[in-house]
Design a protein around this ligand. Structure first.
Ligand SMILES: Cc1ncc(COP(=O)(O)O)c(C=O)c1O
Length: 412
């Protein structure tokens, strides 16, 4: 038997650690940003794919179906109308770049603006993948605390002043202002104006990640930072992952040409998938606006089931805010609960959660917190999964002492 080739010596220094093989989805999966399977508009997507392929399928012979490196133009034109209507963004199709998910935007913006040792500012509790990207680049991250209205502007002002006093020029403020991940907070208009004022005062770029903004229960949102900015120092990104389906892998970026023109050469994949973009353009123009309220209603029902289940199983041991939208609940358990250990123990029982430490710049603050995605499990799975989680938590940490209105004997 020949010996397996050893790639080890060929691997350059600084690569991320090797991946582990995918273990499959947990039976009760509360992790990731997955969506509600019942709400994927499958029939309308089939019709849209068929119609667009019949009409324009021959164009697949040309990269980007001959619409250029910024992506399929009718989808960009749909976004121009949508972004104006929903977020007050005035832009043209030439200001939009279609991407393979907004994840690709995180890579492009970081690659265009950051180098090792640079300082970035972001909400303290944050999207894990953003934090790991900053860590990989070697950026210094300043986490700004949040309250019920998102990033605290007094803390942002203090952080910027502190940087200045130390001679540090931060490169950008990365923010998820509209249904923040994981806290689900929405930054009010006044704070948006203050954030922009500070960014201009200190000469910092703003990176606005708006991928959950379609999922606000009442559909009302403040204008985007991009729309409010006069200095043109904002890059805005969005996604169809949360409004339609994440497996499509279609996201987008809106940016002024001076920075767009620096990011385009960094997108070296010869274009994001055109079939998805064609299908979405065909689907969205007639259906997007009517699909959203249906999706939001389904998500709202799920978070109500989740909050009910947590109240029933954990009682006052689980603290959380009723979210205004989105797919996540950010939950605080008693200080003695280490959610990293809880995560490991719960996984053995088939329940997957996101431990707080992976979603924050502050381990002390987040060690007893967890993020629960309620969009993808069924109502039944939510009830059963939370009951199992409470049992595991009681066994490992002695809390909750009460659940399901039944007093439990805690051993040890
Ligand atoms: C805040 C935030 N930004 C970006 C993304 C990336 O999403 P996608 O690449 O699917 O558009 C996610 C996904 O969960 C997210 O939560």
């Amino acid at each position: 038997m020949s010996q397996a080739f050893d790639f080890g010596p060929l691997i350059p220094a600084g690569l991320p650690p090797p991946a582990v093989r995918w273990p499959g989805l947990a039976k009760y999966n509360f992790t990731g940003g997955n969506n509600d399977a019942d709400e994927v508009p499958v029939d309308d997507l089939i019709a849209a794919a068929t119609a667009s392929l019949k009409r324009e399928g021959r164009n697949l012979a040309t990269y980007n179906v001959a619409h250029g490196p910024q992506g399929y133009r009718p989808l960009r034109e749909f976004l121009v109308t949508k972004l104006k209507r929903d977020a007050d963004i005035a832009c043209s199709a030439d200001d939009i770049l279609m991407l393979s998910g907004s994840s690709q935007a995180l890579d492009l913006v970081n690659a265009a603006l950051l180098t090792r040792g640079d300082t970035v500012i972001c909400e303290k509790d944050n999207y894990q993948s953003t934090l790991t990207r900053f860590a990989r680049i070697g950026a210094k991250v300043i986490g700004i605390p949040l309250d019920q209205d998102g990033m605290r502007m007094d803390a942002l002002a203090a952080a910027l002043a502190d940087c200045k006093s130390r001679g540090v020029q931060p490169k950008m403020i990365y923010t998820i202002p509209t249904v923040q991940n994981p806290t689900a907070t929405i930054l009010p208009e006044q704070r948006r104006a203050e954030l922009l004022r500070l960014s201009e005062q200190y000469g910092v770029a703003v990176f606005e990640d708006d991928c959950y903004s379609d999922l606000i229960w009442d559909g009302k949102r403040p204008p985007a930072l991009y729309a409010m900015s006069k200095a043109q120092n904002v890059i805005h990104i969005g996604s169809f992952s949360k409004s339609i389906a994440p497996a499509l892998r279609v996201g987008f970026l809106v940016a002024p040409w001076p920075i767009m023109s620096r990011m385009l050469p960094l997108k070296t994949d010869a274009g994001s998938g055109s079939v998805e973009q064609m299908m979405l353009a065909e689907y969205c123009a007639p259906h997007f606006a009517t699909h959203l309220p249906v999706l939001r209603k389904a998500l709202r029902a799920k978070v109500e089931t989740l909050m009910e289940a947590l109240n029933e199983q954990f009682g006052t041991a689980a603290e959380f805010e009723d979210p205004k939208g989105g797919i996540f609940l950010w939950v605080k358990l008693p200080d003695n609960v280490d959610t990293m250990k809880l995560y490991q123990a719960a996984l053995k029982e088939g329940v997957a959660i996101n431990p707080g430490n992976e979603w924050s710049t502050d381990a002390k603050h987040s060690g007893s917190r967890l993020r629960i995605c309620f969009a993808s499990p069924t109502h039944e799975q939510i009830r059963e999964g939370v009951a199992i989680l409470a049992d595991v938590c009681r066994r490992e940490f002695g809390v909750p002492t009460r659940s399901g209105n039944v007093e439990r004997r805690v051993s040890g």
